[in-house]
Write a protein that binds this ligand. Structure first.
Ligand SMILES: [Ca+2]
Ligand SMILES: [Ca+2]
Length: 343
């Protein structure tokens, strides 16, 4: 099913038609938006938190800077009409695009809205209620939907023209509004190499993540075997045979400390031992915490190996790590991290 809408045409003008390639697009996939007719002084806008993404012009005469970018409000005018755009679904949810009309004589502004486009989660499904403890023989003592993974997903954005400057502007560090909470590391890098793209990791939890809690601290992480060298991979220490981060050397952790009521992003590099060590490192990664979803955008250039693999983890505890529950992508934490989906 496609989404088609027509704007009423003034006499002598061609009606504008906006068509999306599909009514539903998977998170991490691209869709196409076609406009036929002249936009003229009108602008096409995408206004959504799920297609936080860019519209990338294809074969259009307009300067690229007019419409590309990792933003959710894109303005585009076309003297020649018939542009085609590509968009990227960042998060699950509805998307709406609209045409803003501007009458040069009366200066009146009108909006035509075209809902009906949905970004949907198509990643790997994880069972409900499959909580684990970091000791395999023990049962989780906390079992809450806010740390029960229900779906996860990892993909490179190489096929999509996403640039650091675009999401730096669209996702400013510390932004906390209806679009989500944006986290950067305390030692956030101001730039990242664009040519290698980003690793986009999304995890979906069974329940919406509250921005504040009086009883539960949380850790959500994308942990990677980043360099293909097993020598620096974290080795589980007894009795924690189900240590969530084993077999990985680089960790992107979203940490909520309920006692300090503080969210943070901590990026860690593991060095081989003995004793093995963990060093907090600067990073240009961005993370968005929004509803049931957490999206990580990790610059590919921060991962040194040719074939990084990733595991997604969630962990909840009461503050002393004694009452706790966890979940991981894959069957359990001893399963090797998996390769992201091909671009
Ligand atoms: Ca689960
Ligand atoms: Ca390694």
């Amino acid at each position: 099913m496609s989404v088609v809408a027509l704007l009423a045409a003034c006499p002598g003008e061609e009606a504008i038609s906006v068509t999306s390639s599909a009514a539903e697009v998977c998170v991490g996939a691209t869709g196409t938006l076609d406009v036929s007719g002249r936009l003229g002084n009108d602008t096409l806008t995408v206004d959504t938190t799920s297609v936080r993404a860019a519209l990338t012009g294809r074969g259009t005469p307009a300067p690229a800077s007019d419409f590309r970018g990792f933003v959710n409000r894109v303005e585009y005018r076309s003297a020649d009409g018939e542009p085609s755009f590509e968009f990227y679904c960042l998060r699950e949810g509805p998307a709406e695009f609209r045409v803003r009309g501007f009458d040069l004589e009366t200066e009146a502004i009108t909006f035509e809205r075209f809902p009906g486009l949905e970004c949907i989660e198509c990643g790997a499904v994880d069972p409900i209620g499959d909580f684990i403890d970091s000791i395999s023989t023990q049962a989780a003592t906390r079992r809450e939907g806010v740390f029960d993974l229900v779906a996860s997903f990892a993909k490179y954005t190489r096929d999509f023209d996403l640039r650091f400057a675009d999401f730096q502007e669209a996702l400013p560090c510390g932004q906390d509004d209806v679009d989500g909470l944006v986290l950067c590391s305390d030692d956030a890098l101001a730039s990242a190499a664009d040519e290698e793209g980003f690793l986009h990791v999304t995890m979906k939890l069974a329940e919406p993540i509250s921005r504040s809690s009086e009883s539960t601290s949380l850790v959500y992480a994308a942990v990677l075997e980043s360099d293909g060298d097993t020598a620096n991979d974290w080795v589980a220490q007894p009795p924690f045979d189900w240590d969530l981060f084993q077999q990985t050397d680089r960790w992107y952790q979203v940490v909520y400390d309920h006692q300090a009521d503080r969210w943070s992003l901590v990026v860690t590099q593991v060095e081989p031992g003995p004793p093995q060590t963990q060093t907090t490192v600067p990073s240009a990664a961005r993370v968005v915490v929004d509803g049931q979803q957490i999206s990580f955008l990790i610059p590919r250039g921060e991962l040194s190996g040719a074939f990084p693999t990733v595991r997604m983890t969630s962990f909840g505890h009461g503050g002393m790590f004694l009452m706790r529950g966890a979940d991981v992508s894959g069957s359990d934490p001893t399963e090797a991290p998996r390769a992201p989906d091909p671009a």
